[in-house]
Structure formats: C-alpha cells, structure tokens
Design a protein around this ligand. Structure first.
Ligand SMILES: *[C@@H]1O[C@H](CO)[C@@H](O)[C@H](O)[C@H]1NC(C)=O
Length: 221
C-alpha cells in the first residue's frame, strides 16, 4: 500500500507541475476581452466641413516633391513621384480665414499613363487644433483621382475624440491658381466615432504579463 502511494505521488508530481505551469501560462497573457461599455459613450456621427490649402509658391510652400523619379514622362507628376505635405485647414475657403487645424501626410503618383489626369494615393493625418476636436486626429488613406469633380477618401481611424473612427471624406476643388499651382479644396467629412476622451484604467491591467517574463518556474525550463 505504501508503495502504491509513492507511485501515485510520483505520478501526481508532474501532473500538478503541469497544471501549475499551464495555469501560469494561461493567466500570464498579454490580452483580455473588455466590455465595449467601458467606452462610456455612444457612437456618434459627425459632419465637419473645412478647406484644405496647397501652397506651392511663396517662402514657405506647404508641399515638397521628393526626388522626382528619373523618367521622362509627359506628366506634371510622373509615376513614382512622392509629395510630402503640411497644409493648413481653414474654416472658410480663403487662406486667411480662421485656421482649425492642419494636415500632415504624403501622396504618391500611381499611374503610368501620361497627361494631366493624375491618379494619386494619399495618406494623411488631419490634426484639429480648435474647439471640441482640439488635439484629435483623423487618419485617411485612399485613392484620389484629382480630375474628378468630387473625390471620396476613406477614413481609416482616429485618435482622441475620434477613437474608433470610420467614415469618408468628399473632397472638391474650389479654387486653383494654374499659374502658381496653389489650390484649395473643400472637405466634407462624415465620421462615426466615440466622443469620449477619458482614458480608462484598463490600459494598465497587464502586470501579469511582466510576471510571465520573470516567473521563477518558467525560468527553469
Ligand atoms: C488646444 O489644445 C492645446 C493643448 O492642450 C492648447 O494649448 C490650446 O490652447 C488649445 N486651443 C484651443 C483653441 O482651445
């Protein structure tokens, strides 16, 4: 009988150890499910309208063309060109109207076809600096065929008041100075988002992940 107990306990040791290890691994995760009610607010649909200015001329151009590709193409922006922008966003169509933010980003010329019918892909962050959305950003990435009267760009995310943002922008050119190249576009933004800007404590709930790294038993394996 005593022998049997010894045998059993020998069998149990790895079993207990396994269970313990398994338990440690299971609790020491780097992820958790959280209730969407933690957002403490409801999804909201917001429409914003503002104007986007590209200023090519003057002492401080708001865009620069990065190393144009070495191709001879009859196009103002040959295939492969990259443009970096930091453009002002204003309340009205005039450049000197109230500034409500800026846009930082890039665009790439993505067609091999020649001519002035540019096809670009734009990636940008709209950064608001006024009112309810001061400090919040919207991320935009999509195709823009400039020759079209109205272009649609997808909103793929956001920060601050625009967390979980999704939506689209309708962009319309309202003014182009063909001599200088300066242009103004009207942006109508339709965005679903959660207006709450409170950051919840659940961001700091991952102490167990640190224990996972320093777990004395796991270190011995
Ligand atoms: C926007 O937020 C910044 C940083 O918090 C602050 O300094 C600035 O005064 C705010 N602007 C407006 C117009 O509220």
């Amino acid at each position: 009988m005593a022998k049997l107990e010894v045998c059993l306990s020998i069998l149990y040791v790895p079993l207990i150890l396994n269970t313990f290890l398994f338990y440690s691994v299971v609790t020491a995760t780097y992820y958790e499910s959280i209730s969407p009610t933690l957002l403490r607010s409801h999804e909201k649909l917001t429409h914003l309208r503002f104007y986007f200015h590209e200023i090519i001329t003057g002492p401080n151009p708001s865009l620069i063309v990065i190393d144009p590709p070495k191709v001879v193409a009859n196009s103002p922006l040959p295939f492969g060109s990259m443009v970096v922008i930091e453009d002002p966003l204003t309340l009205g169509p005039e450049l000197d109207s109230k500034r409500i933010g800026k846009v930082q980003g890039f665009y790439l010329s993505n067609t091999q076809r020649e001519g002035i019918e540019l096809e670009i892909v734009m990636g940008m962050a709209l950064h608001f600096l006024e009112g309810e959305f001061n400090g919040s950003t919207l991320s935009v990435l999509g195709r823009n065929q400039i020759i079209n009267e109205v272009r649609e760009l997808p909103i793929i995310g956001g920060t601050g008041a625009f967390r979980f943002a999704r939506g689209y922008i309708l962009a319309r050119t309202v003014k182009v100075d063909y001599l200088k190249g300066d242009a103004t576009c009207e942006y109508n933004v339709y965005v679903y988002h959660y207006p709450s800007t409170t950051s919840s404590s659940h961001h700091q709930n991952f102490d167990e992940g640190l224990q996972f790294m320093t777990d004395p038993i796991l270190n011995k394996i």
